[in-house]
Design a protein around this ligand. Structure first.
Ligand SMILES: Nc1nc2c(ncn2[C@@H]2O[C@H](COP(=O)(O)OP(=O)(O)OP(=O)(O)O)[C@@H](O)[C@H]2O)c(=O)[nH]1
Ligand SMILES: [Mg+2]
Ligand SMILES: [Zn+2]
Length: 365
């Protein structure tokens, strides 16, 4: 037997072992990823645990999970009950995150989502504006609408003025500013900070909700925006994503955990994405908390397209290929100077540019 014949024989055999000739074909949606397998909800309403047959990797980027929650798939079910995903329908969109800013390895949090809810907290833990903006830019790149959900408003203190440790600061590599700094001079209470952050993102065009998963405040507003849609819930670990979902779906009992006393950060309690039907119709996807959003491969000249307020002002820049970093007669730099663009947003823009071309745009330390 020639070498090539041997190879063919082997291929046929392994094919046969995976999918038997009397396998049944069905279609469905991936609702859970357990690490070793994917659970598919079939059109008949049955949950089938599947493995993958074939190569579904995204081109140009290494993903840790080739199949994502929300994927529409074809499945072959063998007589012995073993089942394989054989085909993934083209994705309408997907939200991807890098393991870290410079890593090429990425994971898909979910696919085919109707909207994303970014859960953030002012304190315990505090979400950075860089994190918020990197998420918003990633979602803009895939045309996924985002609502910002500010959770744990029950913890806000309205009396004492604070500035140092109140949330929404920038990441360690950011300079001074949190968004409030450009809006309010001097000390401010946490409630004032809440108002400033809300004002900042609403003025860009994002919807912002204030909720407390603990007290139930604001939950009706959240239910309204979720009704009938497939919504991804994302955010840092410990901001209360699973607690919010437990409130929305009585009896669900997702695991939650107190944040660390020492680091004031979450414990990475949820480890895989999972989709749940909502009582009022629609689906909600719980996702593992992420530390940061490494961005997808952006062309440096395209980054500003995903910051709506920067993009609209950039039409007045002198040069069509302006990167808004040093060019003469740059309308964005002028707007920044006049505080028509928030410094925190501009710094987030720079942080994404730095990912695209590290040597050129990373700030000197
Ligand atoms: N005070 C207060 N605590 C809350 C609220 N929402 C959640 N928590 C608490 O915050 C902690 C973290 O909540 P989780 O729901 O586990 O957070 P998560 O975002 O799912 O975290 P990961 O799964 O690690 O990504 C738990 O101790 C919750 O009880 C809230 O509105 N107010
Ligand atoms: Mg969780
Ligand atoms: Zn410019």
């Amino acid at each position: 037997m020639s070498d090539s014949n041997k190879k063919n024989k082997k291929a046929v055999k392994s094919e046969y072992q995976v999918i038997s000739s009397d396998a049944l074909a069905t279609t469905g949606m991936v609702i859970r990823n357990t690490g070793s397998c994917f659970v598919v909800l079939t059109e008949e309403g049955k949950e089938i645990s599947c493995r993958i047959k074939g190569n579904f990797r995204l081109k140009g980027i290494r993903t840790t999970n080739p199949v994502a929650v929300g994927d529409r798939v074809k499945v072959s079910v063998n007589p012995d009950g073993s089942a394989y995903i054989t085909h993934i329908e083209a994705r309408r969109n997907y939200i991807i995150r890098r393991a870290s800013n410079l890593s090429k390895e990425a994971s898909i949090l979910a696919a085919n989502v109707g909207q994303a809810c970014l859960v953030v907290t002012l304190s315990h833990p505090s979400t950075s504006t860089t994190f918020i903006d990197r998420f918003l830019a990633t979602a803009e790149a895939y045309s996924v609408p985002v609502t910002i959900i500010i959770n744990k408003v029950d913890l806000l203190d309205c009396g004492e003025a604070q500035s140092e440790d109140a949330g929404f600061g920038e990441d360690a590599d950011g300079s001074s500013a949190d968004p409030a700094a450009s809006l309010i001079d001097g000390d401010f209470t946490e409630h004032e900070l809440l108002d400033a952050v809300t004002y900042l993102y609403e003025s860009i065009g994002y919807r912002v909700l204030h909720v407390s998963a603990k007290s139930g405040d604001g939950m009706d507003g959240l239910r309204d925006i979720l009704a009938g849609k497939i919504s991804l819930i994302a955010g840092n670990s410990g901001v209360g994503k699973s607690t919010l979902i437990n409130r929305l779906i009585p009896g669900l009992g997702l695991k939650t955990a107190n944040i660390s006393d020492v680091h004031d950060t979450g414990m990475h309690t949820t480890t895989f994405s999972e989709m749940f039907p909502l009582p009022g119709g629609g689906w909600i996807i719980d996702t593992p908390g992420v530390r940061g959003f490494g961005t997808i491969e952006f062309d440096p000249h395209e980054v500003s397209h995903f910051f709506p307020e920067i993009f609209s002002i950039s039409k007045d820049c002198r040069y069509g290929d302006c990167t808004h970093t040093h060019e003469p007669q740059c309308a964005v730099l002028a707007a920044l100077e006049e505080q028509r663009i928030a410094r925190s947003r501009y710094n987030s823009y720079l942080s994404i540019l730095a990912d695209a071309e590290p040597d050129k745009y990373r700030k000197p330390y």
